[in-house]
Design a protein around this ligand. Structure first.
Ligand code: KIV
Ligand code: NA
Length: 264
């Protein structure tokens, strides 16, 4: 199998062919999504709430994410693996961003990194791309800034639309190879997609983006509870796992597992 590279995503955009991204944080999800032909696997800082049990993405650290990225790069044969730079590991300066990104590349074999932010992150994106590191940007609603943005809210409505377009163009000029747009009105995301040469990847940004991304525990129903409007649920893994655990417990208590066929 041929590895997906950043230029393949750009070529897909040029051909009008959609591509796919999912989060992955460990071996079996990474292998399974890779087998399914998912083009990009993101080891998101959403591991904070989907692996480490935090309520937001803010507490997760570089040291906590690196082993997860390593597991995913070891497990994916075809997908491009992108490591998310966590809160506080890149905002201070382009040098900080570069040194953090280098850790993900050297210690975990990441193929690219992702950071959140618009015009303020242009120097970071330039420093990393000039230093040989492919960078995916992330604009619109950026969860690491949730306290600054006043909670989970759609970004780029009304007059703010022009700003989203300006950010995407500035990030492209700085060298970003793709840009995630989160919770941006579909029409605005469509405008952004037409106004840049790099691929756009939507999450709550409508159907006109070049690619789509979802957090897998949301999309496949491992996480229960309130789901954002942009999530489509493709499976009920929570139900499957819970029933399996209940069946196992019932068998053990009833003395029907292990059976003779499981016994030496
Ligand atoms: O961390 C994450 O899962 C993300 C995606 C939702 C884009 O940043
Ligand atoms: Na993220």
């Amino acid at each position: 199998v041929k590895r997906v590279r950043t230029h393949h995503l750009r070529e897909m955009k040029a051909r009008g062919e959609k591509f796919t991204m999912l989060t992955a944080y460990e071996q079996y999800a990474a292998q399974t999504f890779d087998e399914a032909g998912i083009d990009v696997l993101l080891v998101g800082d959403s591991a904070s709430n989907n692996v480490y049990g935090n309520e937001t993405s803010l507490p997760v650290t570089v040291d906590e994410l690196i082993p997860l990225v390593r597991a995913v790069t070891r497990s994916a044969r075809r997908a491009l693996v992108v490591a998310d730079l966590p809160f506080g590991s890149y905002q201070a300066s382009p040098e900080q961003a570069y040194l953090t990104a280098v850790r993900f590349m050297k210690e975990a074999n990441a193929h690219a990194v992702k950071l959140e932010g618009g015009l303020a992150m242009v120097p970071q994106v330039r420093k990393m791309t000039e230093g040989g590191i492919p960078v995916m940007a992330h604009i619109g609603f950026t969860p690491q800034s949730e306290h600054n943005l006043g909670g989970y809210r759609v970004q780029g409505r009304g007059d703010a639309a022009a700003r989203v377009i300006e950010e995407a163009q500035a990030l492209e000029a700085a060298g970003a190879f793709a840009v995630v747009m989160e919770m941006v009105p579909g029409e605005v995301a469509g405008e952004v997609t037409k106004s840049v040469g790099i691929p756009t990847i939507g999450i709550g940004a409508g159907v006109d983006c070049d690619g789509q991304v979802l957090v897998w525990q949301d999309a496949f129903g491992l996480r229960t509870g309130r789901m954002a409007k942009f999530v489509k649920q493709y499976a009920d893994l929570h139900g499957v796992l819970r029933r399996a655990a209940e069946d196992y417990a019932a068998d053990v208590k009833a003395g029907t597992f292990p059976g003779p066929e499981h016994t030496f």
